[in-house]
Design a protein around this ligand. Structure first.
Ligand code: SF4
Ligand code: SF4
Length: 289
């Protein structure tokens, strides 16, 4: 589902760490754009989805997300060790006369079953989470939710991305950080907005986020949130690296108050609204040109 011509189809909103305002920007963009073009918002922060808190959501459907885990028949297994060698996630180990399976490390790839020469491995279905779909403020909204205690978030992200409507601009609120769920969210996006703060911590995490975007080949620009609270390190680094700074959202009492009350600033703050729209325009102009 790649970009057709100059059109932006899938926009990822990401950050190297939580708490930068990533979700606020993603939701704000959806709200601001929905008046002028078809949009869709997907909350891919499956371990802690919270975009719905800023929206008036009506859920219309729900799908379970499952994965597969290997189970080994000790009668058939001759302990050859091929499955242990083949598992690149370290989810299998030989312990004496047994092959152990560490479910929390397993990615359900099925490689072990395929390499087993004795047909000693079967797979069982394991629930992982769910994808919920609905309507929010006049546009389609979907979110992935990882079950409590589950560690394998990537299949939930993939299931969520199957809800992308190719006739709309899909805004993907990515998980924070640089792990597998973030990579799964970013992969296939046409462009990314990386939200950061103008502080040394923000710069450190921005560098990590830029590395991930580059690794998956997604062009990116930066939105500096709470501009004015820190230093100019982020701006200087972006200039050195040739990364466009698309917008700087000022540290503003009105925006902070709206956020604290659980209201997205795009609804009531012209400053915020103009900033997120400028970010998108800048992305389309500078990154996708
Ligand atoms: S399914 Fe894949 S990740 Fe899981 S144990 Fe087998 S090889 Fe390893
Ligand atoms: S590949 Fe099959 S036979 Fe060999 S150790 Fe693994 S489960 Fe046993």
């Amino acid at each position: 589902m790649r970009r057709r011509g100059p059109l932006l189809m899938i926009l990822a909103v990401a950050s190297g760490k939580g708490g930068t305002g990533k979700t606020t920007v993603a939701v704000g963009l959806a709200l601001a754009l929905s008046e002028t073009r078809p949009v869709q918002l997907l909350d891919a922060d499956v371990e802690a989805p919270n975009a719905h808190l800023f929206l008036d959501v009506t859920w219309t459907g729900e799908r379970r997300v499952v994965t597969w885990r290997p189970r080994i028949d000790p009668e058939a297994c001759d302990l050859c060790g091929l499955c242990v060698e083949a598992c690149e996630f370290g989810a299998l180990a030989r312990a004496g006369e047994k092959i152990l399976v560490f479910d929390e490390l397993c990615h359900g790839c099925g490689v072990c079953r395929r390499v087993c020469p004795r047909d000693a491995i079967t797979e069982i279905e394991v629930p992982l989470g769910k994808v919920q779909v609905g309507e929010a403020d006049g546009f389609p909204f979907a979110r992935g939710v990882l079950d409590v205690g589950e560690a394998t978030a990537t299949p939930v992200v993939h299931a969520l991305k199957r809800e992308i409507d190719p006739d709309r601009l899909a805004i993907l609120d990515c998980p924070p950080g640089t792990g597998c769920p973030t990579i799964a969210s970013l992969r296939g996006a046409d462009a990314a907005i990386l939200v950061t703060e103008p502080t040394p911590f923000g710069l450190h995490d921005l560098k990590a986020a830029v590395s991930v975007a580059r690794a998956v080949g997604v062009p990116a620009g930066v939105v500096v949130n709470r501009d004015g609270i820190g230093d100019d390190g982020v701006l200087r680094w972006c200039e050195e690296e040739g990364i466009p700074v698309l917008a700087r959202i000022p540290f503003d009492r009105e925006i902070a108050a709206l956020y604290a009350e659980g209201r997205n600033p795009a609804r009531e703050s012209a400053t915020f609204r103009e900033a997120v729209l400028a970010a998108l325009a800048g992305l389309e102009r500078e990154v996708l040109a």
